[in-house]
Design a protein around this ligand. Sequence first.
Ligand code: ADP
Length: 305
Amino acid sequence: MSTQFLAIGECMVEMAPTGDGTFAMGFAGDTLNTAWYARKCLPPNWTVGYYTAVGEDNVSDQMLSFLKGSDIDTSAIQKRDDRTVGLYIIQLKDGERSFAYWRSQSAARCLASDRAHLERVLGRAGLIYFSGITLAILPDEDRTAFLDALRKARSNGARVAFDPNLRPRLWEDADTMRACVTEAAGLCDFVMPSFEDELAHFSDPAPDVSADRYLAAGAGMVVVKNGPEEVICATAGSRQTFQPKPVSGIVDTTAAGDSFNAAFLAEFLISGDVAKSVDAGAGLAGRVIRHRGALVDCLEPAQAT
Ligand code: ADP
């Protein structure tokens, strides 16, 4: 099997308030977060790649430098001279964070427009990771082509992992979101939803119902995360639950799910052991949420209460 972990989606420029009226520039995105943590978790014989599209401008170059500096392979990323990367600004009002986005014309929306390139890139991966946000940003016909390319890569031996990451505001309507996410889940080896999203947008009354729904759609294994509550790992023939260790001193739950997915998949690719994989996922997520920000260098041992 290929030893390339390939995450696909949109990385954006993040402008975060520093407290003195200015903003600090960084780079962020759900699939990027997972790639970044996967690089930390996987052994050196695995490469971790990120696939997206960027512009040819200076900010796009800075994004590529950031990825390369994180030991993430950027060689497949498409460059377009007519677009640039998306951006969001975090604003703080009375301690509450709000986000304003400029992403509707981002280069990443074109990541599936060159079908032959897309198939070549996916064809080299051992594990392909994407999310509901990856699907949401694609034009309809590119979304269909993207799913076809995933099917083809999978039939050639790649494994496919998907976090539904339901964000209705990115979709034309909620029914389209539910239909596309269900179709995508059906062609995946791992579907890794957060129950909070599934409750809100599929009205699932319990995490087991989310697991059953994605299994019925055709998913190989469903891993349902639920904040501090039990993680469910279900396949057609088995169901196990695991209680994450309690975490004290939580300061920011950004990227809890993204980091969980990275550590779970990295462990599963190496050992194939579900219990060890949940332990790795919950252990990393438990450390990430004790720090501010999405990308936290925290591979030191967990400090459970
Ligand atoms: P998301 O960030 O996608 O909403 P979750 O909130 O479900 O994801 O959290 C993902 C994982 O992070 C959980 O399965 C758990 O391991 C860990 N986690 C999140 N919140 C807590 C918490 N309050 N206490 C302990 N672990 C947590």
